[in-house]
Design a protein around this ligand. Sequence first.
Ligand SMILES: N[C@@H](CCC(=O)N[C@@H](CS)C(=O)NCC(=O)O)C(=O)O
Length: 85
Amino acid sequence: MVKLYTNGAGNIFTHSGLIAAHLAGTPVEVVMKTNDEWKADKEHQKINVTMKFPLLELDDGKFIFESTAIAAHFARKSLMGKTAF
Ligand SMILES: N[C@@H](CCC(=O)N[C@@H](CS)C(=O)NCC(=O)O)C(=O)O
């Protein structure tokens, strides 16, 4: 299952990806930590060089940064082209 890393439920950038995943019917594991917890996670810092959230980890181990790119990734699975939107 894909993993969406975030720094809190209040991060509005995370929501667009989760909404798109929900509409696309794609299950997502949300990995949520505080900024302080992420900053203490040295392994995560090797992956997330900007330390901005959300960050999506795909099943093949690749990562997608930027909320719009993450939302588009989910939308491409089953939403795009089905309606005028
Ligand atoms: N352009 C990025 C913006 C992401 C962003 O700014 N996230 C902030 C929202 S709180 C963040 O994670 N900040 C963590 C920090 O600066 O320590 C996107 O759309 O994903």
